[in-house]
Write a protein that binds this ligand. Structure first.
Ligand SMILES: *Cc1c(COP(=O)(O)O)cnc(C)c1O
Length: 711
């Protein structure tokens, strides 16, 4: 295993640079970020804010000079001291709140984790949630260990054809550029674990990712010892068919439990983030049977220590496999379970409308002691959707609670805004970020100061968009209309609406084009221009999603909209940061109630970018009447055409009568006071309630601690 980073020599005085670079803790600590930014800003930008790559690429004389620069060394010493303080045991929220659970570990299983763009093992919202959960667990000292997949080819890069059709390309990760290292067993050897798959055994290697106090272990089947088709198994995220998918899930679930054991980790709680990791249950039942338990007693013990989070309000979105596939791929996995096979298979049996299948959500629901949905509304939808699981149980008594999602504030907040908070809310505002009283302080930030920050964030976004358009022109020689569609005609001072998320039918990405003439009038109004920036990928197998994307892209090419519609390709965490910080309004118009929660709107709102959204997901509980706008066409239900028309009309009305006038009402010094009122309310109300801090504390108190009490 020589596939991990080795850096050229680093001066002694900076000997811990490598440690800072390979612990993703750096990514949300301003002092640590500055250690890399200030080393060389050009290299920092050229390496896409990836310090591992940066340390490999930076000229040695720059390092030598930095080692002698007192100003730089002050930063460096401060960052190193902060990292050491972070690792000192005893002082964290968790340790003080639950001293009785000291020494316990919570294993968090997820098929994707979005931590940083240098580790492309995520597709969208689910991964971002998992990544933010890990970072917040680190901040709170929650003893979390993540388990996921190392996808050597990650998720795809998106390219658009001249006609706006999405094309996918996969790039092999350059291992030396990623913040990973081989995971070692207690005896110091690299962890290598066999996982039964079908009638064979697949070897799994394990990578370790450091996130401060939290460690993430990533399973990898791309080893020479494995057959070519098994090496391919972990190649890509959601890349294959059902056959690939069930095998990936067996590796994640069964392999994940075995890997933790090999690493000497004995979790007190297993948290299944979405049903993908449901096979954890199978391996754990086997282990308990081997220790003499009966099936029912084993299942009982597993229930007490399993927590499950479901994310999907769309019935078809839940993984379900035909039984013959399950039998085929689990053939070698039964072990001591043999005679109890049918009992295990019954845990997953569920008819979701297409006949009885082995449903991963049903498996998780039946084997977890506590299940939660990801917003209050999604809780109600889930209790109704899976009603047949609990015959004769009234809705309110069905065992699915709700913990509304939140976002990791230090990760998503713009640096300039964080500085403004430090100035007006106190230098230690991050420590109190889930305290609503702290955020009342936003109301006393002078409008002109906050507006100046908002203006400069919008300009950063445009610099970024224009640079990307330039790259496409240089590298791919795209035609001029496509240079326009990439956003080169956007105006730095115009009201800018952002819409960025996965392109899927239920998110209705082209709703705003329902009446093209009316939209064009709104966008092209003299003296009050409005522009919309779109970004997002479609799942590679989702042709309907790709048609939606193409539809939007064609509008970006259409002179009717005068270059005020832009599409930024290859949406990822990096692009997301610029968009949620730099737009003025964040648009979301899903078909209610199909948005489980949504998190991009939270990221935007904490940056002073108010939400303009259907009252679905988190916004159903987040809207206060003064912190953004709710699009309500007044109809919902079966007739989609009617709902779309009514929602589009409501959206236009809000833009024409509320949003645009508020943005362009300026005082003598050109500050939009009415607008700043909404901006401040967005920050004040969303930052404390929809932070990952509030969310992870809820998981800790309602799910983890109560599970630990039962074990
Ligand atoms: C936040 C985020 C998402 C999720 O966006 P939603 O609006 O919740 O669907 C998806 N992709 C990336 C890169 C993100 O940062």
């Amino acid at each position: 295993m020589s596939r991990y980073s080795t850096f050229p020599p680093i001066p002694n005085r900076l000997s811990r640079l490598e440690e800072l670079a390979t612990d993703l803790w750096w990514s949300w600590h301003p002092d640590a970020r500055n250690v890399f930014r200030q080393l060389d800003y050009q290299v920092w930008r050229a390496t896409a804010h990836n310090p591992v790559r940066m340390l490999g690429a930076i000229p040695r004389d720059i390092l030598a000079a930095a080692a002698k620069d007192p100003a730089y060394l002050t930063h460096y010493d401060r960052a190193v001291a902060a990292l050491d303080a972070e690792r000192r045991p005893g002082s964290s929220w968790w340790e003080q709140r639950f001293p009785q659970h000291s020494g316990q570990v919570i294993a968090y299983f997820s098929a994707e984790f979005a931590l940083h763009q240098s580790l492309p093992i995520y597709a969208g919202g689910l991964g971002v949630l998992a990544g933010d959960h890990c970072k917040e667990a680190c901040d709170l000292g929650v003893p979390l260990v993540g388990v996921g997949f190392m996808y050597p080819q990650g998720y795809f890069h998106q390219h658009l054809s001249a006609e706006g059709w999405q094309e996918e390309s996969y790039e092999r990760l350059n291992w030396a550029d990623a913040p990973i290292e081989p995971a070692l067993m207690p005896d110091g050897r690299p962890c290598l674990t066999a996982v039964p798959l079908g009638d064979r055994s697949v070897l799994v290697a394990v990578w370790r990712v450091r996130i401060g106090r939290v460690t993430l272990y990533l399973l990898d089947t791309d080893l020479e010892e494995n057959a070519p088709w098994d090496r391919e198994l972990s190649a890509r995220l959601y890349g294959g068919n059902q056959e690939t998918r069930i095998q990936q899930e067996i590796i994640l679930g069964i392999g994940g439990v075995r890997v933790l054991r090999a690493l000497g980790i004995t979790p007190g709680v297993f948290h299944l983030n979405e049903g993908h990791a449901g096979f954890v249950v199978l391996q754990r039942i086997r282990d308990l049977l081997e220790h003499g338990s009966t099936f029912d007693a084993a299942l009982d013990g597993i229930r007490r220590s399993t927590v499950f989070t479901t994310h999907t309000p769309v019935p078809a979105g839940h993984d379900a496999f035909p039984f013959h596939l399950v039998e085929k791929h689990l053939a070698g996995a039964w072990g001591t379970l043999g005679p109890n096979r049918e009992k295990f298979l019954a845990l997953g049996a569920y008819d979701n409308g297409g006949g009885v299948l082995f449903n991963m959500t049903a498996l998780a629901l039946r084997s977890a002691g506590a299940t939660n949905a990801v917003s209050q509304l999604h809780g109600r939808v889930t209790r109704a959707m899976f009603a047949p699981m609990w015959p004769n149980v009234p809705e309110a008594d069905r065992p699915v609670s709700a913990i509304t999602n939140g976002v990791h504030v230090p990760t998503w907040i713009a640096g300039e805004l964080a500085d403004l908070f430090s100035k007006h809310l106190g230098a230690r505002w991050r420590d109190r970020q889930d305290d609503p009283a702290l955020w009342d302080g936003v109301l006393s930030i002078p409008d002109d100061e906050l507006w100046a920050v908002r203006q400069s964030l919008r300009r950063y976004l445009f610099t970024f968009v224009r640079e990307r358009a330039r790259q496409r022109w240089i590298e791919e020689h795209v035609g001029l209309p496509r240079v326009v569609a990439a956003g080169t005609l956007l105006e730095p001072d115009a009201l800018t609406i952002g819409f960025a998320r996965r392109f899927a039918g239920y998110k209705r990405p082209e709703l705003v084009f329902h009446d093209p003439e009316r939209l064009a009038r709104i966008l092209n109004a003299t003296g009050r221009p409005v522009q919309i920036i779109f970004a997002g990928k479609s799942h590679p197998a989702d042709d309907i999603g790709k048609h939606h994307l193409q539809h939007v892209y064609r509008r970006a090419l259409d002179p009717l909209f005068a270059g005020r519609i832009a599409f930024v390709d290859d949406y990822d965490l990096h692009v997301a940061h610029f968009l949620v910080q730099g737009c003025d309004v964040w648009l979301n118009n899903p078909r209610k109630p199909l948005e489980a929660s949504g998190t991009s709107g939270m990221k935007a709102a904490i940056n002073g970018v108010p939400h303009l959204s259907i009252g679905d997901g988190w916004w159903a509980e987040g809207f206060t009447g003064a912190n953004g706008w709710t699009i309500d066409g007044g109809t919902s239900g079966e007739n989609w055409d009617e709902t779309d028309a009514a929602d589009a009309a409501a959206l236009y009305r809000l833009l024409e009568e509320d949003v645009v006038p508020a943005f362009y009402a300026r005082n003598a010094s050109r500050v939009p006071h009415r607008w700043m009122g909404v901006v401040k309310e967005a920050i004040r109300t969303v930052a404390p309630r929809f932070s990952a801090r509030r969310m992870v504390k809820e998981y800790a108190e309602k799910m983890y601690a109560s599970a630990l009490e039962k074990t």
